[in-house]
Write a protein that binds this ligand. Structure first.
Ligand SMILES: Cc1cc2nc3c(=O)[nH]c(=O)nc-3n(C[C@H](O)[C@H](O)[C@H](O)COP(=O)(O)OP(=O)(O)OC[C@H]3O[C@@H](n4cnc5c(N)ncnc54)[C@H](O)[C@@H]3O)c2cc1C
Length: 360
């Protein structure tokens, strides 16, 4: 056992659903532990995240907290790290409270200098970034934004760690074995009783859990400026004139809503769209918003800034429509269409309706 400070990496069900997520967390935990001269211990909660049958039922947070708190008591780590997500945001504060400390959720960076750990996280809706440290001797319970960690990938220029500390060379900790913790059930009073599990409504579901997402950028909501030129939306013939939408962003939003309904997709947005008050903040995707992992992410009029792309890396398929062939979003898309949305959206809706009605 090392004499340095130890890091406990907790793999939370649901958050680590994707193959690379555990590796991202373990790599970050490895870097922090190495910089502190300590070791990583990795644990998972399961099976079923506390579901008694192990059948993937609802996550039972209270026994998980008790189990983790007992583990923390025995291991006495300096730091507990989890990837940010709905469940870890439930777990982390309760675990911290049970251990007499406080949690920091949604951190986007970890810097280690001279044995001090500084966590950074967005403040004031992402306009500022704050840096926080724990008082000496306090247990650090932290959830880390997966999108931000993916941007600071191992081996890349490590913006999240002190340059004077060689933290990127310790590959061994990234492969820390994961011990599955038996979640103790039964014992202990419960404050929460599970009533019912219902499938989510795509219109109201937290976009973190959405299966399909239609994402709206400034190309949708900005006032119309005709692009001119030929219609480049190959295969979407019959789109009509340059503007079937009502000539402004409101008109395009009507099409977006229609398309989202046809696809049973949730609507998400980029930061400027949210800042303009066109969609609520919980629809924001990116570094200062939600990290999403849908089967389909349809990016409409989104340029593809790193701040936005940070939140969509987990999507299975990314389709992008933008009239600018140089838009960075095309570098991240599985398929991209250089086209004007005023032409594409009506045609796409018509094509889907024809397919639905068996007319194609
Ligand atoms: C600290 C910080 C944090 C941030 N966090 C986030 C974040 O979490 N999420 C986020 O999204 N952003 C975030 N941003 C903002 C980010 O940097 C970008 O400014 C933003 O993502 C751009 O949004 P956009 O793509 O909608 O707009 P733009 O960059 O303006 O792109 C609009 C696109 O629409 C296209 N377009 C225009 N009209 C049409 C049309 N008729 N048909 C087809 N295409 C059209 C244009 O060619 C263009 O590519 C953050 C910025 C900062 C400084």
């Amino acid at each position: 056992m090392s004499g340095g400070a130890n890091v406990l990496a907790v793999l939370v069900p649901g958050v680590e659903g994707r193959d690379d997520a555990s590796a991202v967390l373990l790599a970050e935990a490895g870097r922090v532990a190495h910089a502190l001269g300590g070791e990583v211990t990795a644990v998972g909660l399961g099976p079923g995240g506390g579901d008694p049958s192990g059948s993937g039922g609802p996550f039972d947070v209270e026994p998980c907290v008790r189990t983790l708190a007992a583990h923390v008591g025995a291991l006495r780590p300096r730091t507990v790290l989890m990837l940010d997500g709905d469940l870890s945001r439930e777990l982390a504060p309760r675990l911290a409270l049970a251990c007499g400390s406080s949690a920091l959720v949604g951190c986007t960076g970890v810097a280690v200098m001279d044995g001090a750990v500084t966590y950074s996280k967005p403040a004031y809706g992402g306009w500022l970034e704050e840096e926080l440290t724990y008082a000496a001797g306090s247990l650090e319970v932290v959830t880390l934004d997966r999108g931000a960690l993916s941007l600071a990938a191992p081996g890349a220029t490590d913006a999240s760690t002190d340059a004077s500390t060689d933290v990127s060379t310790d590959a061994s900790t990234a492969g820390a074995p994961v011990t599955m913790l038996e979640v103790g059930r039964g014992a202990g009073a419960r404050a929460i009783r599970h009533v019912e599990t219902r499938p989510p409504d795509y219109r109201t579901v937290d976009i973190v859990h959405a299966k399909r997402i239609v994402a709206v950028g400034m190309g949708v909501v900005a006032p119309l400026t005709l692009s001119g030129g030929a219609d480049e939306a190959d295969g979407l013939d019959g789109a009509g004139g340059a503007d079937e939408s009502g000539a402004d962003g409101e008109g395009l939003m009507v099409y977006v809503e229609e398309l989202a309904a046809l696809l049973e997709a949730s609507i998400a947005a980029t930061r400027p769209v949210v800042d303009e008050g066109r969609l609520p903040k919980e629809r924001l995707v990116g570094q200062t918003g939600r990290t999403v992992a849908p089967e389909l992410y349809l990016a409409l009029g989104i340029s593809g800034s790193p701040h936005h792309v940070a939140g969509i890396q987990g999507a299975e398929t990314i389709l992008a429509v933008d009239r600018d062939p140089a838009a960075p979003v095309f570098q991240f898309a599985d398929a991209g269409y250089v086209a004007d949305l005023h032409r594409v959206l009506p045609a796409l809706i018509r094509r889907i309706e024809e397919w639905r009605d068996g007319r194609d």
